[in-house]
Design a protein around this ligand. Structure first.
Ligand SMILES: *Cc1c(COP(=O)(O)O)cnc(C)c1O
Length: 360
């Protein structure tokens, strides 16, 4: 068996140790005589798995008492609707920051439920930067402020948390959650599809401040009301049990690695060396303002796009896969989430240098 270095943006690589543990436990989870996939979600075995996962996530992120942790389905894309459905309430309006493709989708969906004010947009820069912190101002009567801390496609990441003057801050952290410590108290809601930096597809994490639960707009389906899930420990209906179990194994792996501060050190180092290699070459380039380059998703182009196909084919030969950029931006993209070991980034950098030597 040989495993490649998989630079996919999502579903993305999982830590090998986690997959090995899952294999170990696949047929018989800790003497239960069955696979986690076969367990009742209400049985004591699975309940213990879910409780441990929540406790570990709370410990890793420092999630306080005043927040509910929900394990949902529907991906981050369903949160684009659930956030306005649950929060737009009597205000009927919300402020959004537009920094790229995922912000735009969130904005378009929210418009179905109320008035959306786009208070800042970096579209003019072709989404290669984020608005400066001191240029942001919000409607004090807005229900909330929504932003995308890391734009997975553009490779743009906020180097700061917006100051909202008390308005609930909602963050789509799909591609940056668990990459470094965050101050959860600064947020009203943090949500993330699991398949980037948490676990397999199918699970969506929602961390929501309790006071934001309980006033959905009229007509909100039961399943889309945060209150339904908060009141039932995410067991109103069948949660994505196996994905939740796998996420739990990832949380334990992160704890063994030293937690989010330790991951941040590694992630910073991985990103810095890859950007340094790109910047030092005359052949590769990344258009993003250096102060807001993503630690997780590194898009880059080749000086001659006619070489893209050769680059991808030779990279694959070298065991470096899924480097093709998003169809909307072209070029390459290396996603280097927690599960990408530093050696994988080193191998990519060495390959890029050799490719440049041969083809530039
Ligand atoms: C991938 C991604 C999404 C979409 O996630 P789904 O879980 O597929 O709905 C939304 N926002 C960001 C920032 C993403 O990276």
């Amino acid at each position: 068996m040989s495993r490649v270095y998989n630079f996919s943006a999502g579903p993305a690589a999982l830590p090998t140790e986690v997959l090995e543990q899952a294999r170990e436990e696949l047929l018989d989870w800790r003497g239960s005589g069955m696979s986690v996939m076969e367990m009742s979600h209400r049985g004591k075995e699975f309940m213990s798995i879910a409780e441990q996962a929540e406790a570990d996530l709370r410990e890793l992120m420092g999630i306080g008492e005043g927040y509910k942790v929900l394990f949902l389905q529907g991906g981050a894309s369903l949160q684009f609707a659930m956030v306005p459905m649950n929060l737009m309430g009597s205000a009927g309006k919300a402020d959004y920051i537009n920094t790229g493709a995922w912000s735009k989708k969130a904005i378009a969906e929210a418009r179905r439920y109320g008035k959306v004010n786009v208070v800042a947009s970096t579209e003019e820069s072709r989404f290669t930067t984020v608005p400066a912190a001191d240029t942001l101002s919000f409607d004090e009567n807005a229900a909330y402020v929504h932003y995308t801390p890391n734009e997975t496609i553009g490779g743009v990441e906020f180097p700061y948390v917006p100051e909202t003057g008390g308005l609930p801050l909602v963050a789509d952290m799909s591609s940056t959650i668990l990459s470094r410590p965050v101050e959860v108290e600064k947020f009203g809601i943090i949500y993330a599809g699991a398949q980037k930096n948490v676990g397999p597809a199918g699970l969506t994490l929602v961390i929501v401040r309790e006071d934001l639960i309980g006033s959905p707009i009229a007509g909100t389906p039961t399943m889309l009301d945060y209150g339904t899930h908060a009141g039932s420990g995410s067991m109103y209906n069948t949660p994505p049990t196996y994905s939740l179990y796998m996420a739990g194994l990832v949380f334990q792996w992160l704890k063994r690695k030293g937690g989010l501060a330790a991951m941040a050190e590694i992630n910073r180092r991985k990103a810095e060396k890859l950007y340094a290699a790109i910047d030092a070459s005359g052949f590769y380039s990344n258009p993003v303002d250096p102060v807001c380059r993503s630690w997780m998703n590194v898009p880059f182009t080749l000086a001659d796009p006619a070489l893209d196909a050769t680059f991808l084919a030779e990279a694959k030969e070298a065991g470096l896969v899924t480097l093709k950029g998003h169809r909307s931006v072209g070029g390459m993209r290396a996603s280097i989430y927690n599960a990408m070991p530093e050696e994988g980034v080193d191998a990519l950098i060495a390959f890029m240098a050799e490719f440049e030597r041969q083809h530039a």
